[in-house]
Ligand binder design. Structure first.
Ligand code: IMP
Length: 193
């Protein structure tokens, strides 16, 4: 049974929208970009951030199908920093600042953690979670992507997300996997035609 014919993706980040939309396109699903940002709650837990985001956006958009996503980069040597503060840290010290913090550090393991929250209707949500492990490179590499892409090498690879180009990044990245999961769920539940 068809429940909705399009899904809104709420993000102020064009790159995120393009990555998610490319994945949905593989399943012939259409994502409508809603370019708004809501203030993020301050918490060490990404789960808190995504749940509050979902609640705030529900108040703005009302009873329509939508997806919100929240991602953090967690660096083990730095006890999970920048984690939920990734956005602020990227804007303030950027990739160069992270590389500086890891100067001379051997343990470069890190992971991207992503939550996606799908609002179906009538306050019914489904939560999705993906973690991609990898390492922080020794220098910025690659021209593609955004954010910390030039310094993140996913496990099993030798190149950074930024060196992969958008479509290849989508095959291995946290967001690629997350939106694959969401698309499969939507199709399995026959939520769209
Ligand atoms: P947000 O709070 O989910 O928008 O993400 C926090 C920060 O993490 C962003 O400002 C980006 O710098 C970084 N980030 C999120 N997703 C990615 C990604 O796919 N690649 C690289 N950095 C990312």
């Amino acid at each position: 049974m068809k429940e909705f014919d399009k899904i809104h993706f709420v993000t102020s980040n064009r790159n995120k929208y393009e990555e998610a939309s490319e994945i949905f396109g593989r399943y012939k699903l259409r994502l409508e970009w809603v370019n708004i940002s809501v203030e993020e709650v301050q918490s060490d837990l990404l789960l808190d951030v995504i749940l509050w985001k979902g609640y705030d956006i529900l108040k703005i958009l009302g009873n329509v199908p939508f997806i919100v996503e929240d991602t953090g980069l967690f660096i083990n040597y730095l006890n999970g920093f920048p984690g939920t503060y990734s956005s602020y840290v990227y804007k303030s010290i950027g990739c160069k600042g992270i590389l500086k913090l890891l100067e001379g550090v051997e343990d470069r393991t890190a992971y991207f953690l992503s939550y996606g929250l799908l609002h179906m209707k009538n306050n019914i949500f489904k939560l999705f979670k993906v973690r991609i492990d990898g390492i922080i490179s020794f220098e910025e590499r690659g021209m593609g992507g955004f954010g910390f892409d030039p310094i993140f090498i996913p496990e099993g690879h030798k190149i950074t997300y930024a060196e992969m180009g958008p479509s290849v990044k989508n095959n291995f990245s946290h967001r690629g996997k997350l939106f694959n999961m969401i698309a499969k769920y939507i199709l399995s539940r026959r939520l769209v035609m």
